[in-house]
Every structure is written in structure tokens, then in C-alpha cells.
Design a protein around this ligand. Structure first.
Ligand code: T3D
Length: 263
């Protein structure tokens, strides 16, 4: 895909690896470009039915590459704070949330700033025991972005979201799992085997239904119960019209494993 990102497509799974290990996979404009191109492929290829996102080396992602910002400031320029959000981070979060395929994030090491919140934008987050999460923004005079101020209160409650955001402390992966910020922590040497098994399982499931489940959960936080019940009705109508639903019911009746095709 490019020198900043590895992209592999095998067994209906796309594996995207952020690949700037010397800089803890911090986001440069070029890395953003390559990630957007990878997501174009994922969105356009119906044979890809699940995505695994991870990082190369000892970190997952340290957020925005601050050397890019330092260069602007050193040249007497001004960093337009919202510009990278409009151009890159916000579209990335929206794409991950709206992608009609499940995205597993294997957090292999430190996840800081926007790096932490990109991980949290994925559907299922597994982390290595040595990994950690830092809302690093306040350390450099910024505010949480890439959806952090949206998901944190919803995932861990306002008290913990406030302390994480205002203090910028390091949250170890194990505590992140205990607090419900992420799905699970696993030993470092089992992270990738477990993440691969998980994403391969997802790639064999009824893909359309999984996409509709994402849609329901995305809407849930902002909807009233009545609105959500109506949405469930509409989404269920779509799910029940799929070939995979027919296969799921047939497999149940015939007491055999279902063979879902994603249609
Ligand atoms: O447009 C906008 O700017 C707004 C958008 C903002 C989005 C954001 O994400 S803002 C938040 C940016 N990220 C941070 O503030 C985190 C910065 N990094 C750190 O605080 C630390 O690196 C960590 C706590 C994440 C890890 O610390 P440690 O001691 O394990 O590693 P290290 O030695 O600091 O980093 C290793 C290398 O990666 C090092 O390079 P070197 O000196 O060996 O050549 C370090 O400079 C580099 N690195 C780490 N994070 C970044 C980075 N280089 C550029 N940008 C980074 N964010």
C-alpha cells in the first residue's frame, strides 16, 4: 500500500498494519493517505468480510506526528488545529464506524492521543497486556479528538473520562479492560494469534447482519427507546431479507454448521 502501512488480504480478512515503528506509528499526512487508500480497498471489495487493524513494533499508534507540527511552528507558521481533523481524523473515525464489516483492533503497545481513539473507534478491541492507553492531548495543550470526547464518557463514565482526559495519565490495558474501555486483554505473545482467530471467525459470519448490528449500535447512544425500536424494526427487515438469514435458519433446522456467504 506504501511504505508507512502494510496491507494484506487473505481468507476474507484485510489486515492493516500501521508501519512507522521507529515513531510508534504516529500519523503523518502520508500515513493518513495510505490508510484512506487501504479503506477504499476494504470498502470496495466484497470478498473482504472483516478487518484487522494493528501496529508494527512496540507501539500501536502515538497519534498525530508532532514532528510535522514542530516543523510548521519552527518555520513561523500556525497549526490550524481543526484542519487535520476535517481532512483526516474525522473521516477516518466515520469510515471505521460506518464500515459494513467488523473491524478488530489488536493494540500491540502504547496507544496515545488520536492513536488511542482510533483504536476505540474499532468494533472489538483486544490489547496486549503490556499495552496502554493515553489521552495525551492535555499534555501538549490540545483537547481529545478522533471521537475521544464522545466515546470515553459512554464507555467508562464521566468520572473516569474526565480524569483520563484532564490528567493524560497512562491507563494500562488490564485496567482499560476492567473499566470496559476495551473488550479483552491477552498475553503479549498470544495477541496476534487471538486477534487473527477472532477476525477470521468474524469473516465467516453473516456480514450483512454484522454491518446492520453496527448501524444499530452506532445510533443507540443518541436515540430514545422509541427511535431505537423503530430502527431495530427497519434493520431487522433488511437482515431477514438476506441469503445468510435463510442459510442460518436452514442450518439450525438441519442441525449443521451454517455456511454464510456474506450476502
Ligand atoms: O492537527 C493536529 O495536530 C491536531 C490533531 C491531534 C491528534 C493527536 O493525536 S494529538 C496527540 C499527539 N501525540 C502525543 O502527544 C503523544 C506523543 N508521544 C509520547 O508522549 C510518547 O512518545 C509516548 C508516551 C507515546 C511513548 O513514550 P516512550 O517513552 O515509550 O517512547 P518515546 O521515546 O517517546 O518515542 C519513541 C520514538 O517515537 C521517539 O523518536 P526518536 O526520538 O527515537 O527518534 C519519539 O519522538 C517518537 N514519537 C512518539 N510519539 C510521537 C513521536 N514522533 C512524532 N510524533 C509523535 N506523536
Amino acid at each position: 500500500m506504501g511504505e508507512n502501512l502494510l496491507f494484506e488480504h487473505a481468507d476474507a480478512v484485510a489486515t492493516i498494519t500501521l508501519n512507522r515503528p521507529d515513531k510508534l506509528n504516529a500519523f503523518t499526512t502520508e500515513l493518513h493517505r495510505e490508510l484512506a487508500a487501504a479503506l477504499d480497498v476494504v470498502e470496495g471489495d466484497a470478498t473482504i468480510r472483516a478487518v484487522l487493524l494493528t501496529g508494527a513494533g512496540r507501539g500501536f499508534c502515538a497519534g498525530q506526528d508532532l514532528a510535522e507540527r514542530a516543523a510548521i511552528l519552527a518555520a513561523g507558521g500556525k497549526v490550524e488545529g481543526g484542519k487535520a481533523l476535517v481532512t483526516w481524523y474525522n473521516p477516518l473515525v466515520r469510515r471505521l464506524r460506518r464500515l459494513e464489516k467488523p473491524v478488530v483492533c489488536a493494540v500491540n503497545g502504547i496507544a496515545a492521543g488520536a492513536g488511542a481513539n482510533i483504536a476505540l473507534a474499532c468494533d472489538i478491541v483486544l490489547a496486549a497486556r503490556s499495552a496502554s492507553f493515553i489521552q495525551a492531548f492535555c499534555r501538549i495543550g490540545l483537547v481529545p479528538d478522533a471521537g475521544g470526547s464522545y466515546v470515553l464518557p459512554r464507555l467508562v463514565g464521566m468520572a473516569r473520562a474526565s480524569a483520563l482526559s484532564l490528567l493524560g495519565d497512562t491507563l494500562p490495558a488490564e485496567q482499560a479492560a476492567q473499566w470496559g474501555l476495551i473488550w479483552r486483554v491477552v498475553d503479549d505473545d498470544t495477541l496476534m494469534p487471538e486477534a487473527i482467530a477472532l477476525v477470521q471467525h468474524l469473516a465467516r459470519q453473516p456480514t450483512r447482519a454484522l454491518g446492520l448490528i453496527k448501524e444499530a449500535l452506532n445510533a443507540s447512544c443518541a436515540n430514545s427507546l422509541d427511535q431505537q425500536l423503530d430502527l431495530e424494526r427497519d434493520l431487522q427487515a433488511k437482515a431477514a431479507a438476506t441469503a445468510d438469514f435463510r442459510e442460518g435458519v436452514a442450518a439450525f433446522i438441519e442441525k449443521r454448521p451454517a455456511r454464510f456467504t456474506g450476502r
